[in-house]
Design a protein. Structure first.
Lengths: 323, 325
């Protein structure tokens, strides 16, 4: 397999007044060419922090404290600022969480798309403009509207502009960071369908960050489930749906409705997410886990492969007493 | 855009008309006889023919409408009346004082804005560092000082103690400097009042710029620019600066309107022959036509500055232009 991105033991901490918040701890996963990975988890579990750590956009008081992010074998965490600038957007681009705020209000959208092309490629302004128009057409916007300012677009159209911008330099990897937040359901579906079709057309690798489990299971090849700063399970969508191993994954699947089975009873997960400041050694899910035992409260379970391509971090697997 | 400007022009025309009318009515609504203001205490010893002659001379025997017509006509021909204290036409006085005021307050506004913007941006870019803390302390200290006190301290150091700079005035009296020499002489006289003006007014721009820049730096589009691989410098100056400057531009335009009113306190401390001091003198001597004229100048310039702001703002912020036009 052709690995595009490999994240190894990535940890990102934030300094707070009350201590160190371990927002992302020991996260590992990888992504193959043309693959779509869904990164799932509830609000505040560290999905966006993972995305920002990959592009090294974390700013003080946050810091990537350990781990590697290998892009085609190159470690981005150790890369110089100059190398990083040249890789950003050319290799990895982002469709941001909220396109409303991600476009600079005082520049035309054409200027903003062209900026990334001119920055990374040695092309004339005229050619960059031509490509910008083509990109806009690609996402279903009239190319002549490159002269418009962000406030002249609706939310859904801004999101399309953001997608066009993400594709400007033909990147190999696109991170879509909850890029449908704030849109109505119909527009959401359109935007997601657009991302999926572009991914197929351009053979992109995509990390789709979301908290919409049914949507992610419908379109992603693989799924990584995050809980409180950890990836608790990473598997192919099929494996995960049929045979989720981590208690949190199971609970999450039980908590989401299934269109194919309207009779299914939706069960919520009791308790709430723990405070990540000065979190002690333990499984982060132990406070809400129905199967928790002593070891879960004292040690951190290792994230390891239990079956070909199926990873999880749970002591139940080690003990062999699952199910 | 054309429609936008015509609409604005109409609005401002109405404002100026109302303002002139008020300015015309106010002194006529005041109690007392205009003769007392015109001729002083001597009015008691005057015959009625003499009184009539004076009233006739100033057109005060005409009907109120006729007076209003003459007043408007005079304003638009640049005739603001006669200062009976200084015994000179007011337009002449204003023409003499306005250049000095524009030199002092105009330069003061431009320089304090440039300095405030520069340090405000640096402070925001280095938020939480020692540079930021030190800059904040210095600027807060400056803003806490009263202008007359700063002026006096500067005079006592640079003029009295060191003898480097002149104490008062806009240029040396009874000198016949020409060309470059005169230019240098005026510059020397300008330094202290200008420095005082900048010292006391720079903090507001600094604070606005710092706050505005901090807000902008927290915006998603700054992170996006970074994610796009845009260089730090370009992000700071192109993406962040222009957005952060918008509130500063608003304040600049508002202050611009008041520059023609001069800096009364500073002009008085340094005996600088500007409009601010003229206004102060006219109030002290109850020179009503002069008071009226200086106030009128200020209102006019505020209105003009607002109009300029309306014209310029759409160029700075694309959201403004399209919403109105």
């Amino acid at each position: 397999m052709n690995t595009v991105l490999s994240v190894e033991n990535l940890s990102t901490y934030f300094k707070t007044d009350k201590g160190i918040a371990k927002a992302v701890e020991n996260v590992s996963f990888s992504l193959n060419k043309g693959e779509m990975l869904g990164l799932i988890g509830e609000s505040g579990c560290g999905k966006t922090t993972v995305a920002q750590s990959i592009l090294r956009l974390i700013e003080y008081p946050g810091k990537v404290v350990s781990g590697r992010v290998l892009l085609n074998g190159k470690d981005l965490i150790k890369a110089s600022e100059k190398v990083l600038s040249s890789l950003r957007w050319k290799e990895i681009s982002v469709i941001p969480q909220s396109a409303m705020n991600a476009l600079n209000p005082i520049f035309t959208i054409g200027d903003q798309i062209m900026e990334s092309i001119l920055l990374h490629e040695n092309v004339s302004k005229r050619e960059a403009l031509q490509r910008t128009k083509t990109l806009l057409e690609l996402v279903g916007i009239d190319g002549e509207r490159w002269k418009s300012y962000p406030h002249e677009f609706s939310g859904g159209m801004k999101q399309r502009v953001a997608i066009a911008m993400a594709l400007a330099c033909n990147p190999k990897l696109v991170i879509s960071d909850e890029s449908t937040t704030g849109l109505d359901v119909l527009t959401q579906a359109q935007v997601i369908a657009l991302i999926k079709s572009l991914q197929k057309k351009m053979d992109l690798s995509v990390i789709l960050i979301s908290h919409d489990l049914p949507m992610v299971t419908a379109i992603c090849d693989k799924i990584a489930i995050m809980y409180a700063g950890n990836i608790v399970e990473w598997a192919s969508t099929e494996d995960l749906l049929k045979n989720a191993r981590h208690p949190y994954s199971q609970a999450l699947l039980n908590a989401s409705p299934d269109l194919g089975n309207p009779e299914k009873e939706v069960v919520s997960i009791p308790g709430s997410v723990p405070n990540l400041v000065n979190f002690p050694d333990s499984c982060r899910f132990h406070t809400r886990c129905p199967h928790a035992f002593d070891k879960c409260r004292q040690e951190t379970p290792e994230f390891r492969e239990i079956k070909n391509g199926h990873y999880t971090a749970c002591f139940l697997e080690e003990e062999g007493n699952h199910g | 855009m054309g429609k936008f400007i015509t609409g604005k022009l109409l609005q401002y025309f109405i404002v100026i008309f109302l303002m002139l009318t008020l300015n015309f009515l106010l002194p006529r609504l005041m109690p007392g006889n205009p003769l007392v203001f015109l001729a002083g205490e001597d009015v008691g010893f005057m015959s009625s023919a003499e009184k009539d002659a004076i009233l006739d001379k100033y057109g005060l025997n005409d009907s109120i409408l006729e007076q209003y017509g003459t007043y408007i006509k005079n304003i638009f021909t640049g005739d603001f009346g006669y200062s009976y204290q200084q015994k000179r036409p007011i337009s002449e006085l204003l023409m003499e004082r306005l250049p000095w005021t524009m030199l002092l307050t105009g330069l003061g506004l431009v320089l304090s804005t440039v300095i405030g913007v520069m340090f405000g941006a640096i402070s925001a870019w280095r938020r939480g560092t020692n540079t930021d803390a030190n800059l904040l302390t210095v600027f807060m200290f400056l803003s806490a000082m009263p202008s007359f006190w700063v002026g006096m301290i500067l005079v006592s150091i640079f003029s009295a103690q060191l003898g480097w700079l002149p104490v008062f005035g806009a240029e040396s009296a009874w000198s016949n400097y020409t060309g470059m020499d005169r230019f240098i002489d005026i510059g020397k006289h300008l330094i202290l009042p200008l420095a005082t003006l900048i010292l006391i007014s720079v903090t507001s721009t600094f604070m606005i710029m710092r706050y505005s820049m901090l807000n902008v730096l927290g915006e998603d589009y700054i992170m996006m620019a970074k994610a796009k691989g845009v260089k730090e410098k370009v992000i700071k100056y192109k993406h962040a600066m222009r957005n952060a400057l918008l509130p500063v531009a608003t304040v600049f335009m508002l202050s611009l309107g008041f520059t023609l009113g001069g800096a009364t306190v500073i002009e008085t401390v340094f005996a600088y022959p500007g409009v601010g001091r003229l206004m102060f003198e006219s109030v002290l001597s109850r020179d009503y036509p002069l008071i009226q004229a200086t106030f009128l100048i200020i209102t006019f310039s505020v209105v003009i500055a607002n109009f300029l702001a309306d014209l310029i703002y759409p160029l700075l912020d694309p959201k403004v232009g399209s919403r109105n036009g």
